[in-house]
Design a protein around this ligand. Structure first.
Ligand code: GTQ
Length: 356
């Protein structure tokens, strides 16, 4: 979310920079003033012009490199041992879209990623291994492949892996958004791991079953659920697909919701998951929310702009803002996706365009 557009003189609406104008710009420049008419086109573009490009990472390649990091640095030393997906056009900015950070986190057997909290919200989407936990607000939830796990803003959290297998999950955080607003705080705790005060599955049991406790916090703008298990979500999209409840662009798709207000699970990041039946050929779609996709199951490809990316389980790819994309599924497939749509919706700026 840096300044939009490239503010070059080609964006000028005012014709050539004459020597008189150039001298004038130099003079006012000394006072930290600039002529709007030289940058207006880039500042107020007729449609979104993201600097982000489409990109794709194969899980097997990244997994190999991430396991190498496991030999180089401990989770404790690193605090979070993560390989960050950098948009190829925004190297060094720790982001995959303008508003979202994403990376793969590794925790080896016996390791702990110590407790901290921050104003950025995080989601985890589990890709490999089973039996590591995330402890959030006193609930220690065991993570399995396909689980969608939330760390709401300012919630203390730590991760650990008491299992015998390395655990790998996708982290998506709204760090670039929070940093854009210069609103970031964080702190560490003396205790590495939180003591758990609630049973695993407590928040899903209380809030994820169509009822709400008498004293539910009715003004909570993010979900009270810590883990939305894949085992609960997969049957829903399966049932939708079986009864032909299939969106022509997205497949049989659901969103992860805050059960208190029916809104998105977090106010800054919206997550969805879709089942694409074997042979599905999605129609063209574009929206202003640059979207990160993860293949959970199956095989297929996605055309983004004029590039086509072929994906397999664990692969991560990104469709930038307002770039047209369309999915094709070779086999029955499941795609998880996440974007800043809730943030844009709450600001009234989100738009989509669907091919008929
Ligand atoms: O697990 O708390 O990928 O604080 C980046 C920053 C993960 C986390 C990341 C973080 C975390």
């Amino acid at each position: 979310m840096d300044a939009p557009g490239n503010q070059t003189s080609s964006e000028s609406v005012a014709g050539a920079v004459t020597p008189e104008r150039a001298a004038y710009y130099a003079r006012i420049g000394k006072e930290n003033l600039a002529p709007l008419w030289e940058v207006l086109k880039g500042l107020v573009p007729p449609e979104p012009r993201t600097p982000c490009v489409p990109a794709h990472w194969r899980f097997n390649d990244v997994r190999k490199m991430l396991l190498e990091a496991g030999q180089l640095i401990t989770a404790k030393e690193a605090e979070r041992r993560v390989l960050v997906f950098e948009n190829p056009a925004l190297r060094g900015k720790s982001r995959l879209t303008q508003s979202l950070y994403a990376g793969l986190q590794l925790i080896l057997p016996g390791e702990v990623a110590p407790a901290h909290r921050h104003t950025a919200s995080a989601i985890r989407f589990v890709l490999d291994g089973e039996g590591a936990y995330t402890a959030v607000e006193g609930e220690k939830t065991i993570m399995r492949r396909g689980d969608f796990v939330m760390t709401p803003n300012w919630a203390p959290h730590d991760h650990g892996n008491p299992s015998k297998e390395p655990m790998i999950w996708l982290d998506v955080l709204d760090l670039p958004t929070v940093n854009f607003f210069d609103a970031a705080f964080s702190e560490h705790f003396d205790q590495e791991s939180q003591s758990n005060t609630k049973e695993d599955g407590d928040s899903y049991a209380r809030y994820g079953s169509g009822v709400l406790p008498e004293d539910a916090p009715m003004d909570m703008i993010r979900s009270p659920i810590i883990n939305y298990p894949y085992a609960k979500v997969r049957p829903v999209i399966e049932r939708m697909a079986k009864s032909d409840d299939i969106d022509p662009h997205h497949g049989a798709r659901v969103r992860y919701v805050n059960p208190i207000n029916g809104g998105w699970a977090t106010p800054t990041m919206g997550a969805q998951i879709a089942l694409l039946p074997k042979g599905f050929k999605g129609k063209d779609y574009r929206a202003t929310d640059g979207t990160i996709f993860v293949c959970v199951e199956g095989e297929g490809s996605t055309k983004i702009g004029d590039e086509t990316f072929t994906w397999a389980p664990g692969d991560v790819f990104v469709a930038p803002s307002w770039k047209t994309y369309a999915h094709s599924a070779k086999n029955e497939s499941v795609l998880f996706s996440i974007s800043d749509r809730p943030a844009q919706e709450s600001l009234g700026i989100w738009r989509e365009q669907k091919a008929a």
